[in-house]
Design a protein around this ligand. Structure first.
Ligand code: FES
Length: 504
């Protein structure tokens, strides 16, 4: 059995999202949204529907980032989290987190129904299970939290999966869908309500004295009342977000199946496995996800796909992998997303980040919250998600650990001495090389063309690692990613890598 050669998201391959021009001149609007993923588009839809003038700009193409590479489970069951939330934030905050996500799910279901969106939506129960007896105490604690918070679910010790489990916590009536079929309609509706979209438009800076002005890399400007930053990692960082977030990469394979899996599943024990089914041309397609690791700090990346493939073959007896793709997610110090003013003193610059892999419901939580903030209305969950919340345990520990981790990778990369030169790189290979005594990165494509770049990350100077599965240079410090040509694929970096001469 072999893997598809290219990493291609099933969702992106089966949807045509409308395309838009880039912004080239000064404009004026009420709300400028930076980032054209599900959060930016949903916020644009909600605001435009209320008559607000909205402009969305996207550095690449709409939905080609994490939104186009999700597993698209819509659930308030965000792994094992409620026991932890009660312990760290108290029962009221844990309940608010659940209710915010439950309401978000209901909002999405309502929009799908209201506009009759054909997006393969199905209501499913969601399960977190364990196959290890030693992990049972975690599930029992989580179930106790469900009972305390009144979450509609059950504790079970059997599942309709082809392997036995020790126990599972179920949350009833969650959902799954084809995210891009849904989002495509939201884009069309937002445009109908008057929103403007621009692609290939990179935001570079925000002037915050007076009325906010967003400046783009090609010299265009957007003058507005409110800026909403949903660029995944905030491109504008006046409050040290780079020290309060870390990026993780995870992998998905889509495999032709014989029968449809009922329910959505996630293992509590390692290695993590996420399971759900969708339908392709009337046949079931099983999505298996997992193998998460910090960006730029994984093993040979193709081995992550091979691990999922091996699990699939041994567990389900399925071997026909049709698609494979990977996604990048951001995680905050205390596991709650940061949604609200980017800094207390900048109430008109709003940010949303750190969804911890649960972007489908969290994007709607964000869109509802930021819509109210942009309209200067109170919002029930504003306090819970505010980025300026008090940093309590375990945040301080995590802040310390993140700092050490970044410093370690900063130094390790600088001290590494490469023995190979660009001349040694074969077709289809990428590696760290030595150019004039300095560390550089080289990749030779299948036609033999050599690309050599400076591997110093343009964000804050850490050294990049080669990702052989995506053919990219990934930063172990804050997760920026660059194409082998040097072009930015994921921020927080804005500037491309310097291209070097790779004399042979
Ligand atoms: Fe921050 Fe690379 S992403 S140094």
């Amino acid at each position: 059995m072999s893997l598809p050669k290219l990493s291609q998201s099933y969702w992106l391959q089966t949807t045509t999202i409308p395309s838009f021009p880039s912004l080239t001149q000064p404009i004026e609007t009420d709300v400028a949204i930076i980032g054209g993923g599900i959060t930016g588009i949903t916020t644009a839809y909600l605001l435009a529907k209320q008559g607000v003038r909205v402009t969305v700009i996207e550095a690449d193409r709409l939905c080609h980032g994490t939104t186009g590479h999700t597993t698209a489970k819509m659930t308030a069951q965000h792994d094992l989290i409620y026991h932890e939330l009660i312990a760290h934030f108290g029962e009221d905050s844990a309940r608010q987190y659940y209710e915010a996500n439950k309401e978000a799910l209901q909002s999405i279901l309502h929009i799908v129904k209201e506009h009759d969106i054909h997006c393969d939506l199905s209501v499913e129960d969601a399960y977190v299970y364990t196959t290890e007896e030693t992990q049972l105490y975690k599930l029992e604690a989580e179930w106790k939290a469900y009972e305390t918070l009144g979450i509609d679910g059950a504790y079970v010790d059997q599942l309709s999966l082809p392997f036995s489990i020790q126990g599972a916590v179920m949350m009833r009536n969650q959902a799954q869908f084809h995210p891009l079929h849904y989002i495509k309609t939201l884009v069309e509706l937002a445009v109908k309500y008057g929103a403007s979209f621009y692609e290939q438009t990179v935001a570079q800076h925000i002037e915050t004295t007076g009325r906010p002005i967003v400046r783009t890399k090609n010299g265009a400007t957007i003058t507005c009342d409110t800026v909403v930053i949903c660029t995944h990692f905030p491109f504008f960082d006046p409050a040290f977000y780079f020290a309060r977030l870390h990026a993780e990469r995870s992998y998905v394979i889509a495999v032709e199946a014989h029968e449809r899996l009922q329910g959505m599943y996630l293992s509590a024990n390692e290695p993590k496995r996420s399971l759900r089914c969708t339908t392709m041309d009337g046949k079931p397609l099983l999505l298996i996800g997992g193998e998460s690791h910090k960006v730029g700090q994984g093993i040979n990346m193709i081995q992550h796909y091979e691990a999922l493939q091996s699990f699939c073959e041994h567990t389900f007896g399925l071997s026909h992998v049709l698609y494979r793709w990977s996604a990048q997610d951001l995680i905050t110090l205390d596991n709650l997303p940061y949604i609200g003013p980017i800094r207390k003193s900048l109430p008109h610059i709003l940010v949303a980040t750190g969804y911890r892999k649960w972007g489908m419901t969290t994007s709607m939580v964000t869109a509802r919250l930021l819509t109210d903030l942009a309209l200067q209305k109170e919002h029930r969950y504003a306090h819970l998600f505010t980025p300026s919340r008090f940093i309590a345990d375990p945040s301080l520990n995590n802040l310390f650990t993140e700092g050490i981790d970044v410093a370690k990778h900063f130094l390790t990369g600088k001290l590494e001495y490469a023995l190979r030169t660009p001349h040694d790189i074969s077709k289809g290979e990428g590696a760290v090389v030595n150019v004039d005594g300095k560390r550089a990165g080289a990749y030779r494509d299948e036609q033999g063309t050599l690309y050599v770049v400076d591997t110093t990350c343009t964000h804050m100077g850490c050294e990049l690692e080669w990702n052989n599965s995506e053919r990219s240079w990934d930063c172990p410090c804050h997760g920026s990613r660059f194409c082998f040509t040097g072009k930015v694929l994921e921020g927080p970096a804005i500037e491309p890598l310097q291209q070097l001469k790779g004399d042979e």
